[in-house]
Design a protein around this ligand. Structure first.
Ligand SMILES: Cc1ncc(COP(=O)(O)O)c(C=O)c1O
Length: 355
């Protein structure tokens, strides 16, 4: 079965598997003191600037929680979009680990705006109210949309104006520099913490917490939160391969080009409605309810909205044009079959009415 369900469904990129294999010789010190981790951290400083510090962790929810925990206290609140992973898909982990409140803003494209942020900055200094102290945005968003560079700059300025921290959930951050044609450092200038994704972008597992500025206490927070990998070199080697070569750009290019190709195919089917701008590696599309079950017999995908039958179709590093062509052909077959059945039911009804 071909999955269009998630970029978590693909395996490990062969280049990364080779890098893992290459590092799998002899012994090395643990907990990040090995030469591979030292080299990967150096690479991250080159990418994000000398004032950044990177820490490798096991998964994305932990990266989010740890970024935010390094910035705020339990009487603070995080402001994010309603669709934000940390709001709806982390089982309350930020609330559990930080003790803070998460306040969300519902937006049609999962993007925050300065106006939406300002509207929520109420009761500042009121001891009865959780104080919004950090804005968290996802880049690209959970709906596959991308902030423009100007939109990002406007949010940065708003955060600065109101003395708020800015966090980016970058589970799929690799798409941002490719689409915006800006360096990772330019995108992150003015950002306080970045959850930097590896798993969804061809790695076996592993994410990075990138903190801008000094956080001498962070290493203790990571350990207490059970996210200090002992054989750290196996995370570091993957990051070195992904970001020390052009692999991240190749994966981003493949994801964006195929998403746009998929969009162009779906646009030819009048019964479908594309609901979001296609700006990263996913397409959101409303599908007639009756098509969903037969479609999923061959291609897995998630229904994002159970009431409108909006599906999320997502591409991975190993997705190909052939996968999309096969999906499209299957879709057209189902459409024809269901139309035939509908036609048959109608003529059966007509015949019955004649009797
Ligand atoms: C936007 C976003 N952030 C964070 C995560 C965290 O992922 P996990 O904790 O499953 O590694 C995900 C995973 O789906 C995601 O889509």
């Amino acid at each position: 079965m071909i999955s269009l369900g998630s970029d978590n469904h693909s395996g490990v990129h062969p280049q990364i598997l080779t890098a893992l294999n290459n590092i799998n010789t002899g012994h090395a010190p643990s907990y990040g003191t090995d030469p591979t981790t030292v080299a990967a951290k150096k690479l991250f400083k080159k990418i994000f600037g000398e004032h950044s510090n990177s820490y490798f962790v096991f998964n994305g929810s932990a990266a989010n929680v740890l970024c935010l925990k390094s910035l705020i206290k339990s009487h603070h609140a995080i402001l994010c979009a309603g669709d934000a992973h940390l709001n709806v898909d982390e089982c309350g982990a930020p609330e559990q680990h930080i003790g803070c409140k998460v306040i969300h803003v519902n937006t049609p494209d999962a993007k925050l705006t300065p106006e939406a942020i300002e509207k929520h900055l109420i009761r500042r200094g009121d001891q009865h109210y959780s104080q919004i102290k950090v804005v968290s945005l996802t880049l690209p968003t959970e709906l596959g949309t991308m902030y423009s560079f100007a939109e990002l700059e406007a949010i940065k300025a708003t955060c600065k104006k109101y003395d708020l921290f800015l966090h980016i959930d970058g589970a799929r951050f690799i798409y941002a520099p490719y689409v915006l044609q800006k360096s990772m450092q330019e995108i992150c200038s003015g950002v306080d913490a970045l959850s930097f994704g590896g798993t969804k972008n061809g790695m076996l597992f592993g994410e990075a917490v990138v903190l801008f500025g000094d956080h001498p206490e962070f290493k203790f927070i990571r350990k207490q939160t059970l996210q200090l990998p002992s054989k750290m070199r196996f995370l570091a080697a993957q990051f070195l391969e992904l970001f020390g070569t052009d692999l991240h750009t190749d994966i981003a290019r493949n994801g964006v080009e195929l998403a746009k190709y998929l969009e162009s195919k779906l646009l030819t089917v009048p019964e479908l409605r594309i609901t979001q701008k296609v700006q990263a590696n996913s397409v959101f599309v409303e599908i007639p309810q009756k098509w969903v079950k037969p479609l999923r017999e061959k291609f897995f995908f998630y229904i994002w909205n159970e009431t409108t039958f909006e599906a999320r179709l997502m591409l991975s590093f190993d997705s190909t044009k052939e996968h999309i062509d096969a999906f499209y052909d299957h879709l057209l077959t189902i459409k024809t079959q269901l139309r035939g059945e509908q036609h048959e039911t109608r003529s059966h009804r007509d015949r019955q009415q004649q009797h």
